[in-house]
Design a protein around this ligand. Structure first.
Ligand code: ADP
Ligand code: MG
Length: 247
């Protein structure tokens, strides 16, 4: 079963603001996503995109930064993972892992172990059968095993902020190959006190600057602190509001 109530979500209003907003897609077919990605989408049982996916997928594929506000259960994970995987697969020569530490092409940060694992599992499903390697890092009892995985290199790293910074501080991760940064559930990360970790990642000396990477922020609410972060970390972003967004 899909977990999405389309009767509910199909009627949700989506508002996109910013310059040169790309046309939303209607279905996964003709979305511009490569056939390989579409095949994996179908294997996951996704028949049609949710509203946030219809708008976010073409925006991200076209290289834009995004600040998206959408409630839980609206399909945000695929909204960022599908275009990221699609873009990473467009030049596979770049995907050869050569270094003895990790230079991920995409880092996805989320507040909890549970969410991090969910995103990681979706990333594996959507990239299944490709050269793309996804790794998860959330600390706790699996920390040693995860450290070994991280040391072998990856393209997509899904991590909690604390664990990510831990790897960064040990010199195991650098950000010089970053093409995408995703801050998922950004409001919750701030509530949980992860702002210092996020700032350290964004301001890391190896971090690819805004404008040369894509930064994607997702949040259920859009309070002032989130607006400030978006202004600081994103570059000429499009703002996507799904349904009613509280401040
Ligand atoms: P959010 O991050 O907005 O809370 P998720 O990305 O976790 O939402 O998606 C919620 C559930 O809906 C998950 O079980 C996911 O697999 C499923 N889902 C997402 N997009 C689709 C789709 N287009 N068709 C069917 N199911 C979907
Ligand atoms: Mg989510």
């Amino acid at each position: 079963s899909s977990g999405i109530n389309f009767d509910k979500y199909d009627h949700i209003r989506v508002k996109v603001t910013g310059d040169n907003v790309p046309q939303a897609i209607e279905g996964f077919e003709n979305s511009g996503l490569r056939q390989f990605v579409l095949d994996n989408v179908r294997k996951c049982g996704y028949l049609k995109p949710t509203p946030i996916q219809k708008h976010a997928i073409p925006i991200i594929v076209q290289g834009r930064d995004v600040m998206a506000c959408a409630q839980t259960g609206s399909g945000k994970t695929a909204a960022f993972l599908l275009p990221i995987i699609n873009v990473l697969l467009s030049d596979q020569r770049d995907l050869v892992i050569t270094s003895d530490h990790t230079e991920p092409h995409a880092v996805i940060v989320s507040p909890t172990r549970e969410l991090t694992l969910q995103i990681f599992n979706e990333a594996r499903k959507f990239s299944h059968g490709s050269i793309i390697k996804a790794v998860v890092a959330y600390g706790g009892t699996a920390a040693y095993h995860q450290a070994q995985q991280v040391m072998r290199g990856c393209h997509i790293l899904v991590a909690t902020p604390g664990r990510l910074l831990d790897f960064v501080n040990r010199g195991r991760i650098t950000f010089s190959s970053i093409r995408f940064i995703v801050l998922d559930e950004a409001d919750r990360m701030l509530d949980m006190g992860f702002l210092p970790e996020i700032e350290k990642m964004m301001n890391h000396p190896t971090m690819v600057p805004t404008g040369e990477r894509q930064t994607l922020m997702f949040s259920a609410t859009f309070p002032e602190e989130i607006q400030r972060l978006a202004t600081k970390f994103l570059d000429r972003y499009l703002f996507i509001a799904v349904g009613i967004v509280g401040g």
